[in-house]
Design a protein. Structure first.
Ligand code: NAP
Ligand code: GDD
Length: 344
């Protein structure tokens, strides 16, 4: 039986990956950090909370990392833990660098010291491409990286640090450059889940209007459970390598909003421009979407679209669930969750 250590077990990807690895017969160790509440709601939602072995792990604390690796003795380390919200990284740049970049360096060193043969998966990100995505460029593993947020800068430093361990110490290290991936377990601060939750609340009459920032940003949105399968495949390959994981289709936040309202049979008409834009419900003329400029980012990544042909060729990985289906599933799940909450 293989043993996996997943850092960040409480997050969206941690939960889906744990489910995937348990189904493949792994002993799964999941890391958490101290907090006022320890609920593991996503793991409960997937029905696997009792199947995980939990280990306390804080990326800002080097000796704690050594003990965590020693206690879990992993064959595979999936390093997912991070301050993952780009917007907050502008408010907390030094903290984001410490957790995402220096924290990765600390954990790499702990693994090199205690468990040098363990395989490493690095949660790298399309956000590292930053400005290079402009103009609908199709981004692959060789595209330039022009980061535009403290989060992206920290992730790019971690990406290079993992590459260095591969080169300097012969570590089996895979770097997954994953584009945005979503699901009903996505954190509510990210735009997709913010939209689908609001649309569900509007459908049930508990919210009137959804307030957003930049509607024109385009993202390549995929289905999270498929992306954790790609992570696992990377660590079963012959050697550690770099892979873009994406759908190849980029749509705007505006289109995502239209699809989400369509899932509750509401058509939107757009009026105005820039921060004066409003989305109005066709038929009733009710304003359903407004812009709040305070939600604009100080520097924006306008366009991200990925080319995952290397992952298809070498890993046999291909995206399955399309955007329309993804949005529909997320709205449906939020309707069910909200209706359940209201019934209690
Ligand atoms: P997420 O839901 O925000 O989960 C992040 C996890 O990291 C949580 O378990 C969190 O624990 C943990 N964490 C945060 N700070 C920590 C610290 N100082 N020490 C230890 N653990 C800490 O993120 P996700 O969407 O699952 O993403 C997983 C990884 O993939 C992240 O590294 C993210 O940057 C990267 N990524 C995500 C996407 C995407 O579209 N989802 C795309 C590319 C790359 P708490 O619950 O205690 O906060
Ligand atoms: N969160 C949020 N909230 N974003 C908004 C809003 C809003 O109200 N309005 C517009 N947006 C725009 C953001 O400006 C951004 O251009 C886009 O929607 C997507 O924002 P997020 O959903 O927060 O995701 P992200 O692309 O910044 O980052 C996610 O994907 C990265 C991979 O490309 C995160 O999961 C990162 O951890 C991940 O690395």
């Amino acid at each position: 039986m293989k043993r996996a250590l997943i850092t960040g077990i409480s997050g969206q990807d941690g939960a889906w990956l744990a489910l995937h690895l348990l189904r493949h017969g792994y002993e799964v160790h999941g890391s958490f950090r101290r907090g006022a509440e320890r609920t593991f709601s996503r793991l409960h939602r997937l029905g696997i909370a009792d199947d995980i072995q939990y280990v306390l792990l804080e990326l800002c604390e080097a000796t704690n990392l050594v003990r965590a690796v020693d206690r879990t003795a992993p064959d595979e380390v999936y390093h997912l833990a991070a301050q993952s919200f780009v917007g907050d990284s502008f408010e907390q740049p030094a903290y984001t660098l410490d957790v995402n970049a220096t924290g990765t360096a600390r954990l790499l060193d702990a693994v090199r010291t205690v468990r040098p043969d363990a395989r490493w998966y690095q949660a790298s990100t399309s956000e590292m491409f930053g400005a290079a995505g402009a103009g609908d460029t199709l981004l692959d593993e060789h595209a330039p990286m022009v980061p535009r947020s403290p989060y992206a800068i920290a992730k790019l430093a971690a990406h290079h640090m993992v590459g260095l361990h591969r080169e300097a110490y012969g570590t089996f290290a895979a770097r997954g450059i994953l584009f945005n991936h979503e699901s009903a377990l996505r954190g509510p601060e990210f735009v997709t889940r913010k939209v689908t939750r609001a649309v569900a609340a509007i459908a049930l009459g508990h919210q009137q209007v959804l307030t957003l920032g930049n509607l024109e940003a385009r993202r390549d949105w995929g289905h999270a459970p498929e992306y954790v399968d790609a992570m696992h495949r990377m660590l079963q390959a012959e050697r550690g390598d770099d892979f873009v994981v994406a759908t190849g289709r980029a749509e705007s936040v505006r289109t995502f909003v239209e699809l989400a309202f369509a899932a509750i049979d509401v058509s939107l008409a757009w009026r105005g421009t820039g921060s004066d834009t409003v989305g109005v419900e066709v038929g009733t003329d009710t304003v359903r979407v407004r812009i709040d400029p305070s939600l604009y980012r100080p520097a924006e990544v306008g366009w991200l679209r990925g080319d995952a042909s290397k992952a298809a060729r070498l890993l046999g990985w291909r995206p399955q669930v399309g955007l329309e289906e993804l949005v529909h599933r997320m709205v449906r799940a939020d309707l069910d969750e909200l209706a359940g909450d209201l019934g209690r």
